[in-house]
Design a protein around this ligand. Structure first.
Ligand SMILES: *Cc1c(COP(=O)(O)O)cnc(C)c1O
Length: 390
């Protein structure tokens, strides 16, 4: 049997805190047990607080890809024009959903180490007066970059466009609010910055998005992809369209509670500080950051260009098998070009960061890459002087 790693410091999912594991392992309740109904309602409520929204929040019982497809299916009518912003793998993939549901894509794309320029979004919306929707990934986890979604959302809002934002790895890493940022549907997951289990998605939905779904010629209902089913059942009658993922809800409720105890600002600041220290460490090792500029580097994960002569398999393989640390590589089109140091959820902590950087140094040295052991660790430690425990 393959040995399990000591630590999982990937680009999500990530390891969960002891408290989350304990909360998630409580006995499975019948979903109409009053205690579960209460817990479910509290989970929706806590999700709203973490999203800083008064919009309805719907929980869907599948990985965030379910919510992304559900939102596309529920909003789009064949022929609708969608402005899809592409700065990475997830943004590009979204076009497949637009195609599948008959939308017409207008694309703004940048190289996968850059971010979308809001001015170009404005210009494009002005040129194409008939664009109905805009889709954008907030934190492009595979590229370890972040898009200026606040500026983009506000521009889209001014143009009356319905915006769909994948903030699966953004929520908790930056302070956001759908209302303030002009987002109509924000989709997040528990398994990234919140440090919860994979297998659920959370959607914050504006009245305008509900209206769009309801006014579609044939609204999506009676389907696992239906968001309206959740409105008709849970939101209106406190019933479920199917059995919810009971244990995962325990995990989600737990991480939302922990996030609010820490405070969303502090949580975001913690991710930002660790990400910054990580970048200092990477540079001091003589490696190159994947992001074209520091201002667009993601808080949840740091992308590093694979150094000359070192393969992804060698680096991550040895780190995993010899030192017990699992990190992520490049994903999709980025495979073999970069590796990613993970610092989301409980991994956004000096202990995990320093160990990770130190063992990356050790691994590179083992592989014959010229490196002065401890330089990256030292630079990261120097950048941690502002660390405050939660
Ligand atoms: C993790 C993530 C998702 C969910 O996709 P999986 O790869 O199936 O976990 C979607 N979008 C972004 C930006 C993500 O980081």
């Amino acid at each position: 049997m393959t040995r399990w790693p000591e630590w999982t410091l990937a680009g999500g999912p990530v390891q969960m805190s002891a408290q989350t594991l304990r909360d998630q392992s409580r006995p499975v309740l019948y979903h109409y047990d009053p205690a579960f109904l209460e817990l479910y309602e509290r989970t929706c409520d806590l999700s709203k607080q973490v999203f800083r929204t008064d919009y309805d929040v719907v929980l869907m019982h599948g990985e965030a890809i379910l919510a992304l497809e559900a939102a596309t299916a529920s909003l789009l009518t064949p022929g609708d024009k969608v402005l899809n912003l592409v700065s990475g793998v997830f943004g590009k993939w979204f076009e497949l959903f637009i195609d599948k549901y008959g939308g017409e894509t207008v694309e703004i794309a940048v190289p996968y180490n850059e971010a979308i320029d809001p001015d170009i979004v404005r210009k494009t919306l002005e040129e194409h007066g008939d664009i109905k929707f805009l889709s954008v990934v907030h934190s492009e986890t595979p590229s370890a970059t972040i898009n200026p979604v606040e500026a983009i959302g506000k521009i889209a809002h001014e143009h009356g466009v319905v915006t769909l934002v994948d903030t699966v790895s953004g929520l908790g890493g930056e302070v956001l609010s759908p209302e303030d940022w002009g987002i109509d549907i924000a989709i997040a997951g528990p398994q990234k910055c919140l440090g919860g289990p994979p297998g659920l998605s959370m959607l914050a939905i504006s009245p305008k998005a509900w209206d769009t779904m309801e006014k579609k010629p044939s609204p999506v209902r009676g389907s696992f992809l239906s968001i309206l089913d959740w409105k008709d059942t849970w939101i209106e009658k406190k019933k479920f369209p199917y059995t919810p993922s009971v244990s995962l809800i325990y995990g989600l409720e737990s991480v939302l509670r922990q996030a609010l105890e820490e405070g969303i600002e502090r949580m975001a600041a913690r991710h930002a500080l660790i990400a910054q220290a990580c970048r200092r460490g990477v540079e001091a090792m003589g490696l190159r950051l994947w992001a074209a500029s520091e201002s667009i580097a993601a808080p949840c994960v740091t992308g590093v260009v694979l150094p000359e002569g070192v393969t992804d398999g060698d680096l991550r393989g040895r780190l995993r098998d010899h030192y017990g640390i699992m990190i992520s590589g490049g994903y999709g089109e980025l495979e073999g070009q970069l590796f990613r140091l993970g610092h989301m959820g409980i991994a956004a902590h000096p202990g995990y960061l320093i160990a990770q950087l130190g063992l990356v140094e050790r691994t590179l040295s083992d592989l014959g890459h010229p490196i002065e052991l401890g330089r990256g660790v030292g630079a990261a430690l120097s950048a941690l002087s502002d660390w405050e425990p939660a």
